[in-house]
Write a protein that binds this ligand. Structure first.
Ligand code: NAD
Ligand code: DAU
Length: 350
């Protein structure tokens, strides 16, 4: 297999760290460059186990800084990109949309431009793989699924910025013939997930016996995928997908928030030797998220049929593994929830 110099942006974050680990271990002939600004969401502890690997290197940098990107592409002769770096939390985008526009739109455009310049419009031996979200498709009612043909209809500043970045990637493909590929994935969960998102936030709050703030009526639906399975889907598309294509990735696993939270409470009560029902008492319904999308559900039949990908774990298995990881990694959890996190929590949840 030929060698590749792969720039993985945002690989100190949640999903990127899992994909960097997968590629470093599975493809020793590839050189993996983790390009990350280390914002509040980036943490080198997430990639500690691969930091000494001979085919891995961390580069601290900002995707909004075109000159640095130009230097990195040239210096390391980057042949492929897997682009994760982004501002990723919807609630933060409601508080401050501009950093989302800057990072997700301008940052992606910079990365495309640096790749285009370095690859000099040559297609062979190159790929710009863009990691996106199902939120670009908007919201579903009680029925139906998002397919690769669903019209874009983003509602939050986060999803609008991701939609814009997807358009920019396709525009570079159509206009300059850049070899691009996009995947749009549903909600991930698993180890190293920053505790601002529903599952890790609630795991942490249950451990601490703090209230569990459920937005609105709690009947919002999400399609959950174990993060390791997102990694295997990206691996399949990156290696065997068709240039210029889009692949939807999902868990075939829809849950209403309140049902998910009750399942989480029950598993945690068992693992923490608490009485069944104890953690459910912590559930508190609070003010809804503005513009809250009612339901997301991915039709992942294309990647299943064309590339043979399917999730490897059930939701119950994935949730157990995730909870076990958080219970075994209390120091990680304590470190990421100290300092600025306290201020964030106070501002968001009072
Ligand atoms: P995350 O917030 O955990 O990590 C983002 C990473 O990007 C961090 O390491 C951060 O330091 C880095 N970063 C931010 N701004 C940067 C900049 N200007 N320059 C360089 N690095 C920067 O995010 P995540 O949940 O791992 O999501 C990764 C990607 O996957 C995002 O593009 C997101 O839109 C997409 N996605 C996420 C989910 C999900 O459920 N988490 C689902 C589908 C798609
Ligand atoms: O669908 C993919 C997207 O999933 C990714 O693109 C985003 O990066 C990722 O953050 C996630 O977005 P969501 O908004 O769906 O995830 P979050 O964990 O923030 O919320 C999940 C659901 O839980 C949503 O309906 C809002 C609700 N929620 C969330 C929080 C943080 C609550 O009820 N209370 C909370 O405190």
């Amino acid at each position: 297999m030929s060698s590749k110099n792969i720039l993985i942006t945002g690989a100190a974050g949640f999903i990127g760290s899992h994909v960097a680990r997968l590629f470093v271990n599975k493809y020793p002939e590839y050189n993996i460059f983790n390009f990350d600004l280390l914002t509040y969401a980036g943490n080198l502890e997430n990639v500690k186990d691969i930091e000494a690997a001979g085919n891995y290197r961390f580069i601290k940098g900002d995707i909004c800084d075109l000159e640095t990107l130009r230097y990195v592409f040239k210096e390391y002769d980057i042949t492929h990109v897997i682009h994760f770096a982004a501002e990723s939390h919807v609630d933060r985008s409601i508080e401050n949309p501009f950093v989302f526009i800057e990072t997700n739109v301008m940052g992606t455009a910079n990365l495309l431009q640096a790749a285009r310049e370095h690859w000099d419009n040559e297609k062979d031996g190159h790929l710009f793989y863009h990691v996106s979200t199902d939120e670009v498709y908007g919201a579903l009612g009680e029925t139906g699924f998002f397919t690769e043909e669903t019209k874009y209809d983003p509602h939050s500043p986060y999803s609008a910025s991701k939609a814009s970045s997807d358009h920019m990637v396709r525009a570079f493909g159509d206009t300059y013939g850049m070899p691009v590929m996009i995947s749009n994935c549903s909600n991930n969960y698993g180890p190293f997930h920053f505790p601002e998102k529903l599952i890790p936030l609630f795991i942490n709050n249950i451990i601490q016996k703090k209230s569990l703030p459920v937005y609105g009526d709690g009947l919002y639906t999400r399609d959950w995928l174990y993060v390791i399975d997102h990694g295997t889907a990206i691996d399949a598309a990156f290696h065997n997908g068709k240039i210029g294509e889009t692949y939807n990735i999902g868990g075939f696993n829809e849950w209403k928030n309140i049902d998910l939270v009750k399942l989480l409470c029950s598993i945690m009560d068992r693992k923490l030797d608490r009485t069944q029902g104890e953690s459910e008492q912590l559930i508190t319904y609070i003010k809804d998220r503005p513009g809250h999308d009612r339901r997301y559900a991915i039709d992942a039949s294309k990647i299943n049929k064309e590339l043979g990908w399917y999730p490897s774990v059930t939701f119950e298995e994935g949730l157990e593994k995730t909870i076990d990881w958080y219970l075994a990694n209390s120091e990680w959890l304590e470190r990421v929830t100290s300092g600025d996190y306290r201020k964030y929590y106070e501002e968001m949840y009072g």
